[in-house]
Design a protein around this ligand. Structure first.
Ligand code: B12
Ligand code: SF4
Length: 424
């Protein structure tokens, strides 16, 4: 079948992202024998015209759309991003009778609500590589869709229990030029690389389990290094590991660094770390393997708040992590998440002072925590009456400990005003 895959994300918040997930789905769908056209609207000067042209020339029989961002996760002012997909979906509807199938991280968190909101036909929760090609096959053969794992049909709910790909090395990871063709000037981009899926850490507010599951599944370090080497041979220079936590499990992170050290040319890369699981050996290997910069989500400097967020590290481990990375010349961007359950004026001040005392190159402070369905934060918010059973969490909804509202914003603003490398 002819399958048009569209990444409608045009947000430049933080950085311009590449549609790695959709490229993975494209590779798997091609492998199954279908003809695929991938449109990344981030790169298109006139996205509407590009979709019109794509549909006109390719005449798709199936249209897949990747839904990444629901909102920007900022409480003040909240910015709902999902409706930016609506224009693209109605355009597809006007120009083509093909069914519209959703997927992506944002969709996986809110499958039924997103289908309703965008009036799409169906969607796949979680990894798309196995189920999407099978769905296209069944559509082609006009077969019954029931039983397909993770498939949601609008108004008819989940069709089959979701499954996870057990061995990521069996997937056809996309080759950079099969994504975009030679048109795009990629060497200025941060090329995204995924080495593992799933996170077992169970932080109280986090939606990752609904996207990737709780069990970590890893690609072999050799395969990741080979992937990076191929991309470097194609002219790419800098890489962004999209893994939720690069350093868990630590032995895997070390093995991966050793493979990168073994490459002919050293890549430059950045990653996200979980504090406390970085020893001197790992920091040394990361530096030798080309790590420039790390994001460290330590979130609080108060032990009681760390416990309420279900973080498995202490603030002294945060200091140690930051120190040993700095000793290796690796830059560190810290993250604070203020206003969660149990937060008080005293714990906020504790956190700000703690952050100020850390050796960091930058700090990002978030005030208020986005409530995602199925999380322990959502349960607390329900018990405390912040939300009700009827609250549609698709609409940006945040937890902010009572009594902190105005004070927290003005306090954080005062702190960042004096510090050029701190931002909100
Ligand atoms: C890495 C990451 C970042 C990096 C991106 C780096 C880069 N160069 O890409 C940084 C830190 C910069 C970042 C920024 C932001 N991020 Co972010 N990010 C992630 C993270 C951890 C991984 C995303 C990723 O690349 N995954 C790897 C690919 C392979 O997976 P995937 O895209 O999900 O694709 C798979 C499936 O979803 C599915 N699939 C994908 N598309 C399709 C399409 C179809 C048709 C089908 C069937 C299936 C399918 O199959 C794919 C393969 O298995 C996710 C959380 C997560 N665990 O997913 C958050 C996440 C996507 N980010 C999120 C947000 C909010 C943001 C920001 C808005 C935050 C901010 N205010 O700065 C910005 C927006 C950036 C932008 N310009 O769009 C949210 C989105 C949900 C929401 N509330 O909107 C997430 C889900 C985190 C969360 N809170 O749970 N992010
Ligand atoms: S470590 Fe990160 S990805 Fe894992 S549960 Fe916590 S916040 Fe989510």
């Amino acid at each position: 079948m002819r399958v048009l895959l569209i990444s409608a994300n045009r947000e430049e918040i933080n950085m311009r992202t590449l549609p790695l997930g959709l490229a993975c789905v494209a590779a798997a769908t091609r492998k199954q024998g279908h003809e695929v056209m991938l449109l990344d609207l981030m790169e298109e000067e006139n996205p509407i015209e590009s979709v019109q042209k794509g549909i006109h020339l390719f005449d798709p029989e199936v249209i897949g759309l990747s839904i990444r961002n629901i909102d920007d996760q900022k409480m003040e002012p909240a910015c709902f991003l999902l409706d930016r997909n609506q224009e693209i979906i109605s355009l597809c509807r006007q120009l083509s009778p093909a069914p519209i199938i959703l997927g992506g991280a944002g969709f996986s968190i809110f499958p039924e609500q997103t289908l309703e909101y965008l009036e799409a036909d169906m969607g796949i929760q979680g990894e798309g590589e196995a189920v999407f090609p099978e769905l296209v096959d069944r559509l082609h053969r006009k077969e019954d869709l029931s039983g397909l794992p993770g498939l949601y049909l609008r108004g008819r709910g989940l069709q089959g229990q979701r499954t996870f790909v057990p061995n990521l090395d069996t997937l056809p990871w996309p080759n950079v030029f099969s994504w975009f063709g030679p048109v795009r000037n990629l060497n200025k981009s941060w090329m995204t690389v995924q080495t593992r899926r799933g996170c077992p850490m169970d932080c109280s507010y986090c939606s990752t389990a609904t996207i990737e599951g709780k069990t970590i599944r890893m690609r072999s370090p050799e395969a990741v290094a080979e992937d990076i080497a191929n991309q470097m041979a194609a002219g790419l220079e800098q890489f962004y590991f999209t893994d939720n936590i690069f350093n868990i499990p630590p032995d895997y992170a070390k093995a991966l660094c050793r493979q990168l050290i073994g490459l002919k040319t050293k890549p430059c890369w950045v990653c996200i770390l979980y504090p406390g699981k970085v020893d001197r050996e790992l920091a040394g290997l990361m530096a030798e393997a080309g790590c420039l910069n790390t994001s460290i989500g330590f979130e609080s400097g108060s032990e009681s708040v760390l416990r309420s967020l279900n973080k498995h590290f202490s603030f002294s481990e945060v200091r140690q992590t930051s120190q040993i990375l700095g000793d290796q010349g690796i830059k560190r961007m810290g993250f604070l998440l203020l206003g969660g359950p149990g937060e008080t004026k005293a714990t906020v001040e504790e956190s700000l002072k703690f952050a100020d005392s850390l050796p960091l190159e930058g700090l990002k402070i978030t005030v208020g925590i986005r409530i995602y369905p199925g999380t322990s934060l959502a349960r607390t918010a329900l018990q405390e009456g912040v939300i009700t059973e009827k609250t549609n969490l698709l609409m940006p909804t945040f937890y902010l400990a009572r009594g902190l509202e105005d004070w927290l914003y003005s306090t954080v603003k005062r702190w960042i005003a004096e510090k050029p490398n701190w931002l909100m």
